[in-house]
Design a protein around this ligand. Structure first.
Ligand code: FPP
Length: 245
């Protein structure tokens, strides 16, 4: 039997997906850019740059499928430990992406947001993010959430501190959830990680408590619509019990 990916030549296996079970929120750990570049004897930045094409494709595909939220792990709180030139290049790519992509995002009714300790990002990146968020605020299509200088532990700590500052003497799950970076977003239904690593890497630790995990060996710059469809098809086979029977 041909695998789902074999259908790629025709236009993917979109018809094989159950349209009534499309995940409302997909989160992606976009991993493998460095290895993609290394295998081509290219500097790592080329891998990150190639990863933008995959971002564009994932955003379009999710919008077309009716996914409500797509959260992309674009820069972790730990990524500052990378060489300065790589950090600088990533921040440049982010800004380039926002400026270049904004017209297309608008055309497709995508709302752009960012989560993380954004105040530590370079001023230019903060401004472009804020401007794009304001410009797309009323869009009713896919919500694209970029996790930037993001850490799941940091998010929980920040939520606790903000709840305390608001006068809560004791924190429970309901209260904490109200202080997350994007409290209005549903928890992710499906979390995809590319490049084969079996780790959460400090991503959405609170939100992913009952999220279905899907790991593919495909490196992020090679990730295309059929890979996304395959992840969703796998998700649709899962039985979600949320800890119950
Ligand atoms: C992990 O690959 C990837 C990142 C740390 C950055 C992801 C960034 C992009 C895809 C481009 C910018 C994104 C947006 C949304 C504008 P890695 O470098 O850790 O790969 P490796 O594990 O193979 O070394």
């Amino acid at each position: 039997m041909p695998t789902l990916l074999h259908a790629r030549a025709e236009t993917p296996m979109l018809p094989l997906l159950d349209k009534s079970k499309i995940p409302a929120h997909i989160a992606i750990i976009m991993d493998g850019n460095g290895r993609w570049a290394k295998s081509r004897r290219l500097p790592r930045l080329f891998g990150h740059r190639a990863g933008i094409t995959s971002v564009r494709e994932a955003v379009r595909a999710c919008g077309d499928l009716g996914v409500k939220v797509l959260t992309l792990y674009a820069f972790s709180a730990e990524n500052w430990a990378r060489p300065g030139a790589e950090v600088h290049a990533l921040m440049g790519l982010l800004q380039e992406y926002i400026v270049r992509e904004l017209p297309e995002l608008q055309k497709n009714h995508v709302r752009l947001r960012a989560i993380g300790r954004l105040e530590a990002l370079p001023g230019g990146a903060q401004k472009k993010l804020a401007d794009a968020a304001a410009a797309t605020e009323r869009n009713k299509g896919l919500m694209l959430v970029l996790a930037l200088n993001y850490g799941g532990r940091q998010e929980i700590v920040d939520a606790c501190n903000r709840a305390l500052a608001d006068g809560h003497a004791k924190i429970d799950e309901k209260i904490l959830a109200r202080y997350l970076y994007a409290p209005d977003c549903p928890a992710p239904d499906l979390l995809i990680r590319t490049s084969g690593e079996m780790r959460l890497s400090n991503f959405l630790l609170w939100e992913a408590a009952y999220t279905e995990l899907y790991v593919t060996k495909t490196l992020w710059p090679d990730f295309r619509k059929p890979h996304l469809y395959e992840a969703i098809a796998e998700y649709q086979k899962r039985e979600r019990r949320f800890g119950g029977l």
